[in-house]
Structure formats: structure tokens, C-alpha cells
Write a new protein. Structure first.
Length: 263
């Protein structure tokens, strides 16, 4: 067992390593009791406990982020654009489920970390604050993503699959599980208070830079495909799309240089 997947419970008589999944489950169950939202109160949901505990445990594994990053997007429009021409139910299931999971964790455990930054930092520009969705809208987004993930999971795994039931419960009761995670954050994790303002700013800057690099690569790939199409067809509408894409790439990379050949 890798050390990063283990922890030592303190105080304790013995210093035995235990799986971090046990820690997540223990904190989750305590949080359910302390909020009065105990397991199986209105319906059977111990399966949801297992799902959330595994999800929390996976979040401390670097590989999890590498695998999930290509499916994540901060905007609904970007998610829907990526799926507009896709008929792959498995891709749709993975994309909706991944974004729903990260919304649940980011709201419940991290509680919008940039709110802890001082005024004047890039995260608190008036333009960004004006565009940031309300918490209610974000919760609605998480509920909707789990609903779509539930729908496509039935196509991928079958109607009676256990994961489909879990996703349906998460969609219907998103705000309930969010309350449990919010309590867990304050009582057992308290991550924001452990991080300095500078550390939070650095984490956000790294995340934004990775997102910019990913967007740049995606646009560069589109540019190459369009340019080859234009060389083959000479179509004017393709030429206009290339020029528009060149402007978008220059916004991300001012060093990018390209002059469109004359028709």
C-alpha cells in the first residue's frame, strides 16, 4: 500500500497505518450524525456514503486529477459544446459524472477558495465577480449534471446498475449531501484555514495556467485541421473561421504569428 493512501490516527495507542478511505468514511458518518442527516433516514443511502468516501479518497491521488482534467470545464456552454456532435453515451456519462463530482467536492470541501483572497488580487476583479454564478445556480448545475450522468449510466451500465441508483440519489438530494460535506469541511478537514493566502493564490494561478494551456492546445489543433481543410477546398467560410481562430490563439499566446495566404 502506498503511503499517500494511508494515515496514522491520532491520538491512538498504536501507530498503525490505515487506509485513508477509512478516515474519509469515518468523518463522513460523524458528519451525518452531527447534522441530523443520518444514513437511511428517508431512504437507503449507505451506497451513497461508500461513493462519496471513495470520491473524497480519490481526490488526494494525483493520478485522479490527471485522468479527470480533460473532462472538466468551468462553464455549461463548454460542456454542451463538447457533446454537441457526440453520440458516445460513455463519453457523455463520464463527462457529466466527472463535472458533477468535482462540483460536489469544490462546493462542499473547498467552498470557493478564492473568496479567502484579499481584494485586488486577480481572483477578485469586478469583471470576474460579476460573471461568477450564484451558489444556488451552481448547486442547480451539480444536480443537473448528476441527473444527466444517471440517464447515460443506464445506457452504459444498464437500468439496474448500482451506480445508476447512487447517481439518481445524488441528483435528487444534492443539497443534502452538500450540507454534510460542508459540516465535514468545518469540523474535520478545515483545509482553507490550513492554507495561507499566498498558497491559495499559487494553487489558483497554477490551475488557471493549466486551463489556459489546455485551451491553447485545443485551439491549435483546431487551427491545423481548418488550415488543411482550407488548403484542400479554398472555401471562404473556412478562411473566415481560421482568421477568427487566429485572433483567439493570439489572445492566449501573444507570440503566435500567422499570416493567411492570399486566396
Amino acid at each position: 500500500m502506498e503511503l499517500r493512501a494511508s494515515y496514522i490516527e491520532l491520538p491512538a495507542g498504536r501507530r498503525d497505518l490505515r487506509p485513508t478511505y477509512h478516515f474519509m468514511m469515518k468523518c463522513l458518518l460523524y458528519s451525518r450524525m452531527e447534522t441530523g442527516l443520518i444514513s437511511n433516514q428517508d431512504f437507503y443511502d449507505e451506497d451513497v456514503n461508500v461513493y462519496i468516501a471513495h470520491l473524497l479518497d480519490s481526490m488526494i491521488q494525483p493520478d485522479r486529477f490527471e485522468q479527470a482534467r480533460r473532462f472538466l470545464s468551468p462553464y455549461d456552454t463548454e460542456v454542451f459544446r463538447r457533446l454537441a456532435n457526440s453520440k458516445d453515451a460513455r463519453l457523455k456519462y463520464t463527462l457529466y459524472k466527472t463535472n458533477a463530482d468535482f462540483l460536489l467536492i469544490s462546493l462542499g470541501i473547498f467552498d470557493n477558495p478564492d473568496a479567502a483572497l484579499p481584494e485586488g488580487t486577480p481572483s477578485h476583479s469586478q469583471a470576474r465577480d460579476a460573471l461568477r454564478p450564484t451558489e444556488e445556480a451552481t448547486i442547480g448545475r451539480g444536480r443537473t449534471y448528476y441527473r444527466f450522468a444517471y440517464t447515460y449510466s443506464q445506457m452504459v451500465h444498464g437500468r439496474n446498475a448500482g451506480i445508476s441508483e447512487v447517481l439518481e440519489k445524488l441528483s435528487t438530494n444534492f443539497d443534502k449531501y452538500l450540507r454534510i460535506l460542508t459540516h465535514m469541511r468545518g469540523e474535520y478537514l478545515d483545509l482553507l484555514k490550513r492554507l495561507s493566502t499566498g498558497e491559495i493564490y499559487h494553487l489558483e494561478r497554477v490551475a488557471n495556467e493549466e486551463q489556459r494551456a489546455e485551451s491553447l492546445k485545443d485551439k491549435q489543433d483546431q487551427f491545423l485541421d481548418l488550415y488543411l481543410e482550407w488548403k484542400r477546398t479554398g472555401a471562404e467560410n473556412v478562411r473566415e473561421r481560421i482568421l477568427r481562430l487566429v485572433r483567439e490563439i493570439r489572445d492566449l499566446d501573444p507570440n503566435f504569428r500567422f499570416e493567411m495566404p492570399r486566396p
